[in-house]
Design a protein around this ligand. Structure first.
Ligand code: 0CH
Ligand code: SF4
Length: 320
């Protein structure tokens, strides 16, 4: 027998659905692509447009220049703000320098900004549940004056938090948090401050919710779960945590198939695959193909929520 497929052992591959790009990421990437088409290269981008190495490398090859701060941008080229949002000081500075800017902040992040401002105008102290140092947290805190927002990262922070006025609080959250960890923090805050109002609409977005629920379903039936995403992608890292908690013996974050350690597959009967909201689908296809070269695979697609959300591009780019 010379046919390699005969000697390959069987492996079930379960694909989480939905996975990968969300509407906010799709829009942000399109903003950079259209800006390059319309204005030519270089187009400056403040911060990685989304936290994915492959996306950033591809756009860089097309002529995008990624910088961390506006003072690195010349005044005669467009600059795009990343999907994660920016403090108010950033567009203010862009206007002061007469820069032409395009804001790729996801509309669902902007919604959280508006919610924080609305509560601040009503005289409430704002609690932001999120991860220190993440650009979305910096953007949301930067909607309001210094000291108006208190960051809470853990249930312990929530236990220790001493508000100025316990009956006059509101909370908002980062959009990509763990649903379960956030519920625990909100539980502590509500026990301590019983009248604490909820945001108008859940801040953890539809894409985060659907991807965590999908990986949970898949991980319950898997020995190993691979999450495609970059290490600085908060929502991707959360998917790894959710998979582990849901019972996967091992869950690993991988940028692409080339970094998979095939030793992880020893003794594995079922592997689950998902991707963070900033990870392109071709990377998943390549991973499934790389697995199929080594195993006799049976690929099963999970039947999760169908997503139909889309966001409009800024008018200046949608006009021809
Ligand atoms: O998950 P984070 O927020 O680190 O960002 P990402 O990987 O670029 O995914 C897109 C989310 C952007 C803001 O919600
Ligand atoms: Fe928008 Fe949610 Fe995607 Fe973030 S993860 S860009 S909030 S849709």
């Amino acid at each position: 027998m010379t046919d390699a497929s005969i000697s390959r052992r069987p492996l079930q591959v379960r694909l989480a659905t939905p996975r990968g790009f969300c509407a906010g990421v799709d829009r942000a990437i399109q903003i950079v692509e259209r800006a390059l088409e319309k204005y030519g290269a270089p187009v400056y981008v403040r911060h990685e447009i989304v936290h994915n190495r492959h996306v950033v490398d591809r756009l860089r090859n097309l002529g995008a220049v990624f910088v961390e701060e506006l003072d690195e941008c010349p005044t005669d080229r467009p600059v795009v703000f990343s999907a994660h949002g920016v403090p108010k000081s950033v567009p203010a500075e862009a206007e002061r320098r007469a820069l032409f800017y395009l804001d790729a902040t996801c509309p669902l992040v902007s919604k959280v900004h508006v919610e924080a401002e609305r509560n601040f105008s009503a005289g409430r102290q704002i609690v932001l549940i999120g991860h220190a140092g993440h650009p979305e947290v910096e953007g949301t805190m930067g909607q309001l004056p210094e000291g108006a927002v208190t960051l809470i990262e853990t249930p312990e922070d929530a236990e220790r938090f001493e508000p100025r006025e316990a009956s006059n609080l509101a909370y908002v959250t980062q959009t990509t948090l763990s649903l379960d960890d956030t519920a625990e923090i909100i539980g502590v805050l509500k026990r301590r401050f019983p009248g604490l109002p909820d945001p108008h609409k859940e801040d953890i977005c539809y894409a985060t919710t659907n991807r965590q629920e999908a990986v949970k379903r898949v991980a319950e039936q898997c020995d190993l779960v691979l999450v495609i995403g970059s290490p600085n992608s908060s929502n991707s890292v959360r998917l790894v945590e959710v998979a582990r908690r849901a019972g996967a013996r091992m869950a690993q974050l991988v940028d692409d198939a080339s970094v998979v350690d095939w030793g992880w597959f020893d003794g594995v009967q079922t592997v689950g695959i998902t991707a963070g909201a900033s990870a392109p689908e071709p990377l998943i296809e390549a991973l499934v193909a790389a697995i199929a070269e080594r195993f006799d695979t049976d690929v099963v697609e999970d039947s999760g929520a169908r997503e139909t959300v889309t966001f409009k591009l800024p008018r200046v780019l949608s006009e021809s």
